[in-house]
Write a protein that binds this ligand. Structure first.
Ligand code: DAH
Length: 346
């Protein structure tokens, strides 16, 4: 009997337990009620009385050993199983999970491009308030109080004051207010562009909106002439639009420039042949411009006898429409991802 116990003791210590299957074999052989140890306990009855106590102790030792080993290994195997589950094998052939980081808004793309073009020829970027006084939006730009030119730019008034019309507060109708603020603050040479949001009292439709964006430009220095205005805008059009785009200056009127011109380019959609976008004329207007009126320069405390300059203002929505064929202004603010996703990667 004792020899048998010794033999089993060895066997238990050397039993290979690496897998759940081996653990189960171990359990059946040594732990279960049909196992060898239970069998030996049953044989204890036939051991002579004198030896029974020693043999019983040996048997108990064997039973404990088997139980201990069983517990240690079932814990180990459990651990192996959970770590295997939390780190599944990597399949390098699976397609990647797309990294959806969103896209730049088309108006941001175009604004950035405009800034880049002008920065390269020495313009810096300036900013001004969207809630503005009547003086900066109209008065200083030579719009007299009851002048009809104001009718074209009806807007939202934020505050009527008792100090006279020029201190009424309104949402600016154009970025030209920043021209005035710059000329008041800085000595020439001034060479800046001023992108920003503007507002008008318009019914929202495919062609009009109560909020849109402009980029203003101004260059004030000694001996700045109309030729400089033309060269600058020719350069801009060449950089911004398709090669071969035609440009024309059409005489116009703005209260704050003299002479004034509107700038048209050949239609980017039909190439100048005539379509809905260009109203079958082959040309689309992209900007207003002109030589800054000496009175406006004087309004800002700069001597118009010494300094001259040009200014221009263009609509970012219009340029985006021509570049990306966006024919409904409302698309820019509706946040429809089917529209926005088309600008992915640009
Ligand atoms: N502010 C004008 C508008 O919104 C555009 C404009 C015309 C700006 C001529 C200028 C300019 O700077 O010189 O219609």
């Amino acid at each position: 009997m004792l020899d048998k116990v010794k033999e089993l003791d060895q066997e238990i210590k050397q039993f290979d337990i690496n897998t759940p299957e081996q653990l189960e074999l171990f359990r059946m052989k040594f732990i279960s009620r049909k196992g060898v140890i239970t069998e030996l306990f049953e044989g204890l009855k036939s051991v002579p009385q004198a030896d029974r106590r020693t043999v019983g102790q040996e048997l108990n030792g064997l039973k404990n050993l088997a139980q201990e080993r069983f517990e240690t290994f079932s814990q180990l195997i459990d651990e192996q199983r959970t770590t295997a589950n939390s780190a599944p094998p990597v399949d390098l052939t699976l397609p990647t999970i797309p990294n959806l980081t969103g896209t730049q808004h088309p108006l941001s793309l175009v604004r950035q491009r405009i800034i880049q073009i002008f920065e390269r020829i020495g313009f810096n970027v300036a900013d001004g308030p969207e809630i503005e006084s009547d003086w900066y939006n109209f008065g200083a730009l030579n719009f007299p109080d009851n002048h009809p030119a104001r009718d074209m730019q009806d807007t939202f008034f934020v505050e009527k004051t008792s100090e006279g019309a020029s201190s009424d507060m309104l949402l600016r109708t154009h970025t030209s207010n920043v021209q005035i603020r710059l000329m008041e603050r800085q000595k020439p040479p001034i060479r800046s562009i001023m992108p920003g949001r503007v507002y008008r009292n318009e019914t929202i439709s495919a062609r009009a909106h109560c909020m849109f964006h402009q980029v203003e430009g101004i260059y004030i220095d000694r001996n700045v002439g109309f030729k400089d205005l033309k060269d600058t805008l020719y350069h801009f059009v060449k950089e911004m639009f398709e090669p071969g785009t035609q440009i024309r200056f059409r005489p116009s009127y703005f209260p704050f420039t003299e002479p004034s011109a509107e700038i048209d380019i050949s239609c980017q959609i039909c190439g100048g042949k005539g379509c809905n976008i260009c109203k079958h004329s082959g040309w689309v207007e992209i900007a207003g411009s002109g030589m800054v009126d000496p009175q406006v320069i004087a309004n800002c405390g700069i001597d118009p006898e010494e300094y001259t300059g040009f200014a221009f203002g263009m609509g970012i929505e219009r340029i985006t429409q021509l570049k990306y064929v966006v024919n409904d202004l409302r698309l820019y603010t509706e946040n429809d991802v089917r529209f926005l996703r088309q600008f992915e990667g640009l």
